[in-house]
Ligand binder design. Structure first.
Ligand code: IMP
Ligand code: MG
Length: 190
């Protein structure tokens, strides 16, 4: 096991964050989460699909507290005001978040609309605590209410793929984070 040919970054997808660097940082985040979590209390980890799925899988395997995993799918669309709006496709009311410690997990904090919308929706159900953990935080202006207490990496404003992040639902399985060249000139695109 593990002796196969190492996955080689494609030259057309420049690596922004390598596999080892990500794993090291995920371990650090998990250690901080464990340290700052009230001892013995269960934690509900609510992950934003689909982008958070790889980060979620790595992070939860390093968390020592009693855990429950929940998923929420967020979709963004242009509202009537032409502003981008976020719709949650799951009913958070069914999760029984009242009085629970909730940790939101997402892959990337960009404009912050997604995280702000999910935070607002969770807050309505009266959790005992609510914190957010994102793998990446882009260097862009953000809407109010999109703060993340735990951040893996601060990154420049580039479109990135891999480690859960997609472009047109592709590249999520890359074990590293790569910058996607502009204009979709990556191999196999059409
Ligand atoms: P926000 O709502 O603008 O913060 O954007 C968050 C969502 O946009 C993420 O959950 C991703 O689905 C998507 N997204 C933002 N930036 C990227 C990127 O660089 N690569 C892939 N998806 C991204
Ligand atoms: Mg996406």
């Amino acid at each position: 096991m593990g002796n196969g040919t190492p996955a080689r970054p494609r030259p057309e997808l420049p690596v922004l964050l390598g596999k080892a660097e990500i794993h090291q940082r995920v371990a650090e985040l998990a250690a901080r989460l464990a340290e700052e979590h009230p001892a013995g209390e269960p934690l509900v980890v609510l992950a934003v699909m689909k982008g958070a799925l790889v980060f979620l899988a790595d992070l939860i395997r390093r968390l020592p507290m009693p855990l429950e995993i929940e998923l929420v799918t967020a979709r963004s669309y242009r509202g009537r005001t032409r502003r981008e709006e976020i719709e949650l496709l799951d009913d958070l009311g069914a999760l029984g978040l009242g009085g629970r410690h909730v940790l939101l997990v997402d892959c990337v904090l960009d404009s912050g609309r997604t995280l702000a919308a999910v935070r607002r929706a969770v807050a309505e159900h009266g959790p005992a605590s609510l914190k957010s953990c994102v793998l990446l935080r882009k260097d862009v202006p953000r809407v109010a209410g999109a703060e993340a207490e735990y951040v893996g990496f601060d990154v420049p404003d580039l479109f990135v793929v891999g480690y859960g992040l997609d472009h047109a639902n592709r590249w999520r399985h890359l074990p590293y984070v790569a910058a996607l060249p502009p204009q979709g000139d990556e191999e196999g695109s059409h």
